[in-house]
Design a protein around this ligand. Sequence first.
Ligand SMILES: Cc1cc2nc3c(=O)[nH]c(=O)nc-3n(C[C@H](O)[C@H](O)[C@H](O)COP(=O)(O)OP(=O)(O)OC[C@H]3O[C@@H](n4cnc5c(N)ncnc54)[C@H](O)[C@@H]3O)c2cc1C
Length: 293
Amino acid sequence: MKPPPFAYHAPRSVEEALTLLAALDGAKVLAGGQSLVPLLNMRLAEPAALIDIGRIPGLDVLEVADGHVRIGAGVTHERLRRDDAVAAVQPLLRRALDLVAHPVIRNRGTTVGSVVHADPAAEMPAVVALLGGTLEVASVRGRRSIEAADLVRGPLESDVAPDELALELRVPVAAPGTGSAFVELSRRHGDYALAGVATEVAVDGGRIVGARATFIGVGTGTAVLDLSPAVAGRDAADLDVVDVAAAVAGFVEPQDDVHADAAYRRHLAGVLAGRAVRAAAADALARAGAGVR
Ligand SMILES: Cc1cc2nc3c(=O)[nH]c(=O)nc-3n(C[C@H](O)[C@H](O)[C@H](O)COP(=O)(O)OP(=O)(O)OC[C@H]3O[C@@H](n4cnc5c(N)ncnc54)[C@H](O)[C@@H]3O)c2cc1C
């Protein structure tokens, strides 16, 4: 299908974009267009105007500074995924991005756009909720920082107001002694997952001292589950079986849909979380062994 008619604006500065967002009722920011354009084509969204931020200089910052990865609103998933300096200090970003869509979509889709879009099946909002950090946003009313925990209000609803432009995401680098993993199951590689889990595990003296997880596709939004009671004290190098199914089953709230029923998704979330904790513990040991601090 074709999209409904809309006015198109391509501002050359942040200030111009903010003025347009304030002046135009029903305007939407267009970043990579990989979520918005399909919604337009399916007539699920009918914005009066699109404000294309692709020509605004300065939104392409990608660097590690002051203990954070700074990801500008113009940075594509693929550029972030390929950045070795970022992967060295916060490997979970690359691990999750390996699972996001296909190269052609990652080449246009932006990580900031994904977080603002707040799709409950998307990997990056779950990763940001787990790792923490902030999203810097601006409007003609001024600038503010949104904490990761406050970013997603519900399915496809973020805390970014209609007249606000998200400028930059800041994600903390991995703390010493931590490891991470993203594990998901999808019918085909690159599809949205039936269920998935991001984990961060802290290890001290070879023993697990903390474990946290966020999920996708199982109705939890971006809430963080503390798995420490289930795994703390265990030998990080001897985790053949990690049984976190009971903790996960009491946390997730999956729904039946055409792809899978709720019982299957609940079971899957528990299995994937166990695998993710094991992989994250191994990662913590490997990073410690490699002298990564
Ligand atoms: C076939 C297909 C498969 C996909 N599979 C996956 C997948 O497996 N996992 C996954 O996570 N994603 C997947 N995606 C979505 C992809 O990751 C998108 O790129 C991403 O969700 C949105 O980024 P974007 O830059 O394309 O945003 P856009 O589509 O341009 O915008 C999305 C929404 O965010 C708003 N927005 C964007 N940037 C800003 C900003 N800076 N400030 C304020 N508002 C903003 C827009 O107004 C819009 O409402 C898939 C997409 C397609 C087409």
